[in-house]
Design a protein around this ligand. Structure first.
Ligand code: CU
Length: 261
């Protein structure tokens, strides 16, 4: 999750997120280099060719070498940006063989998760804990304060195993939302009537947060995303427990919130 005075992107937990961080840093290097170079040129021209220093200006209009250079050099700069950019796109868009497939549905104003499983899918809603619920959960020691950040903690976290490829299918039930988990490097539109796909493979255990990133109405800011990445054993245990708890019959995943209801 974001930290106070954070300047850079959130810490990377997946290969894609690490690539995004590296690419962002690389673009910053290029941007700084160009900006400093142009500033240097401007200062030099202001110093060397001002009216006092250069009373009789040159009438030069063309310089073939210079014109070729200022065409080729920007092209080369664009190439060194384009190559890693397309590599990143390929990494994001080519979904590897998935170990787990889940469907996420954006709703006003919460997310629903469905797990495709042998022996029956199951699903659940994930709603933000309000201040009262959060206080109670911390007081009852159900969750530690660090595990329940304000405006990010939810009642039902999406649980996934560490080091496994998770394919995420994203849609929406009412208006457009956007499913974003910065530390996983995923951000994808949730559009009613359309199924978008993305993927991640978390490199370490922990809880990772995201938020809806497409203005979707009054409580847009209050529909966080929480992923708990756990060991394979804990995931298997959670799966067994959740199949019971969120059995599809009457499962919350099919419930659609209707605005104003
Ligand atoms: Cu939203």
């Amino acid at each position: 999750m974001p930290s106070p005075w954070q300047l850079n992107l959130q810490g990377a937990v997946t290969e894609v997120a690490a690539y995004i961080r590296w690419f962002s840093d690389w673009l910053n290097v290029i941007i700084f280099a160009i900006t400093i170079f142009v500033l240097g040129l401007l200062l030099y021209v202001a110093w060397r060719f001002n009216e006092k220093a250069n009373p009789t200006p040159s009438k030069t209009t063309h310089n073939a070498l210079l014109e070729v250079a200022w065409t080729i050099v920007p092209v080369l700069i664009l190439v060194v940006i384009a190559i890693p950019s397309f590599r990143l796109l390929k990494l994001q868009l080519e979904i590897p063989q998935a170990d787990i497939t889940m469907k996420v549905t954006g709703k006003q104003w919460y997310w629903s998760y469905e797990y495709a499983q042998e022996g029956g899918a199951f699903g659940f809603d994930s709603l933000m804990l309000d201040e009262k619920q959060r206080g109670e959960a911390i007081a009852s020691k159900a969750i530690t304060e660090a595990e329940a950040p304000r405006l990010l903690a939810v009642d039902n976290e999406a649980v996934v195993p560490v080091g496994k490829v998770v394919r995420v299918q994203v849609t929406a039930a009412d208006v457009i939302h956007k499913f974003t988990v910065p530390s996983f490097g995923i951000k994808i539109d949730a559009i009613p009537g359309r199924l978008n796909e993305t993927w991640f493979k978390a490199d370490r255990e922990g809880i990772f947060y995201g938020q809806c990133s497409f203005i979707c109405g009054q409580n847009h800011a209050y529909m966080p995303i929480a992923f708990r990445v756990v060991s394979e054993e804990r995931y298997t245990a959670w799966l067994a427990e959740s199949k019971q708890k969120f059995a599809r019959a009457g499962g919350a995943a099919d419930k659609v919130a209707v605005a104003g209801e």
